[in-house]
Design a binder for this molecule. Structure first.
Ligand code: NDP
Ligand code: HSE
Length: 431
């Protein structure tokens, strides 16, 4: 097959960019054979010119990223810098210059997606971002294309590799939280500021991107309720195991109602997942996403959610797609993003809950505590009591309850003289 040359401008050469350079070198001949494309790197923008970069000659490197997006010899831009600026301006400028863009930048898309999709449509170029939702897992393309006709009702998944790695190490090896986070950073899973991972911002951005594609309405990072894993303790994990659960950081996006009454709820929080649920078996930096459609039923996507090489694989797929489209003077359907979604706030969302209390061990206490649940309309599914000397631990699992009612229950429990502490509160999946 005759190979047509495609010159890539790479913005960023860290975990993902560095792995992409290696993959292109490894796969160039195979790609040329199967697609007729000869991929070559024309220029690589980085922050520091002093770092050594294996597999790249110095004359390709620059610290002037704007020069790369304005270089007429560059056909396609790959943005793997991360963050909002300068990534946003560089992508807009590249598209204005008629260059297709591939990005892995979930933070940018979840905050400025509408502007970028609009600019891609106006310029008639591809803006592809398969790596921005769940690393190597193909989920953006299925949502953007294969499931376009589907009435998607819910997406639920583990979409952050760093936190799943940390929780796995804590649960299986009793690892210390800080050490496990350090290891995730060393392995190239974590964001530049790992707060984005451990406090749920990264999973929230991915949930916003997936919800926008799945529900055809604009969901932005600020619409997502999020809690991270920094408060999850070894004691929580031990209780979860005793009760038959694993703790996972879940992203959940749901649609309620139809037509003008349609609302969307998107949240990220640690959750107790039944040990026999497929998500409980998702370990290490792996991710998994369940999509539930009215006609398609349940679909599950599983794979490596973080790390340079797996992520670079998703970027490379987009790169080939964009290069082929460029050759045919076409581009993928640009997601419209639709109107801003009507968001159902967390207070109105429902879940089952796990509640761990310490109380005085004396007559009438259980009835007093149970009365609080009843007053707020929260139904108890199961209860366990453990003696702690003069005190007792009460562990409750509730039936589905509204977040507002559960929070009112907790607040009244805290005010009871017989409750010495509310040690832990977590949502439970499965009802
Ligand atoms: P890194 O921090 O490892 O790499 C960032 C790169 O960008 C570095 O090469 C850095 O240069 C360069 N850079 C920073 N600022 C500038 C600038 N102003 N101009 C030019 N270059 C700049 O990040 P990752 O590779 O981990 O992530 C890149 C993107 O991919 C992010 O959006 C991230 O969210 C996303 N992503 C990452 C995944 C992962 O597992 N790591 C998975 C999925 C998506 P220098 O090398 O000189 O410091
Ligand atoms: N920091 C992200 C994670 C990278 O740990 O999942 C992949 O998006």
């Amino acid at each position: 097959m005759t190979s047509s040359p495609v010159t890539i401008g790479l913005l960023g050469c860290g975990s993902v960019g560095g792995a992409l350079v290696e993959l292109i070198a490894e796969r160039a001949d195979a790609i040329a054979d199967t697609t007729g494309l000869r991929l070559g790197i024309g220029s690589v923008a980085v922050r520091s010119a002093a770092k050594s970069r294996s597999g790249l000659s110095d004359d390709l490197l620059t610290t002037d990223a704007r020069a790369v997006v304005n270089d007429p010899t560059i056909d396609v831009i790959v943005e793997v810098i991360g963050g909002i600026e300068p990534a946003r301006e560089l992508i807009l400028e590249a598209m204005k210059n008629g260059k297709p863009v591939i990005t892995a930048n979930k933070e940018l898309l979840a905050n400025c997606g509408a502007e970028l999709y609009g600019a891609a449509a106006a310029a008639g170029v591809d803006l592809l971002f398969e790596a921005a939702a769940a690393g190597a897992i193909p989920i953006v393309r299925p949502l953007r294309e294969s499931l376009l006709g589907e009435d998607v009702r819910r997406i639920m998944g583990i979409v952050n590799g760093t936190t799943n790695y940390i929780l796995t190490k804590m649960a299986e090896e009793g690892a210390d939280y800080g050490e496990a986070l350090g290891e995730a950073q060393r392995l190239g899973y974590a964001e530049r500021d790992p707060t984005a991972d451990v406090e749920g911002f990264d999973a929230g951005a991915k949930a916003a991107i997936m919800a926008s594609l799945a529900f055809g309405a604009r969901v932005v990072a600020g619409d997502v309720y999020h809690e991270g894993i920094s408060e999850v303790s070894q004691a929580d994990i031990a209780f979860a195991h005793r009760l038959g659960y694993e703790i996972k950081l879940l992203a959940i996006a749901e649609v309620f109602g139809t037509g003008t009454d349609r609302e969307i709820g998107v949240r990220v929080h640690p959750s107790m997942v039944p040990a026999d649920h497929p998500l409980a078996a998702v370990r290490d930096s792996y991710n998994a996403v369940f999509v539930e459609g009215a006609a398609a039923g349940q679909l599950m996507f599983y794979g490596r959610g973080a790390g340079g090489r797996p992520t670079a694989s998703a970027v490379l797929g987009d790169l080939i797609d964009a290069a082929l489209n460029l050759g045919q003077r076409s581009h993928r359907r640009v997601p419209g993003g639709g109107q801003p979604a009507k968001i159902r706030p967390i207070d109105e969302l429902e879940s089952a809950y796990y509640l761990n209390l310490e109380v005085d061990d004396s007559p009438g206490v259980l009835a007093e505590v149970a009365g609080v649940f009843g007053r707020h309309g929260v139904s108890i599914r199961s209860m366990e009591q453990e003696g702690l000397g003069r005190e007792a631990r009460l562990v409750f699992i509730t039936h589905l309850a509204r977040e507002r009612d559960l929070q009112a229950t907790v607040s009244e429990l805290r005010s009871l003289g017989v409750v010495t502490g509310v040690r832990s509160l977590m949502r439970v999946i499965g009802e």
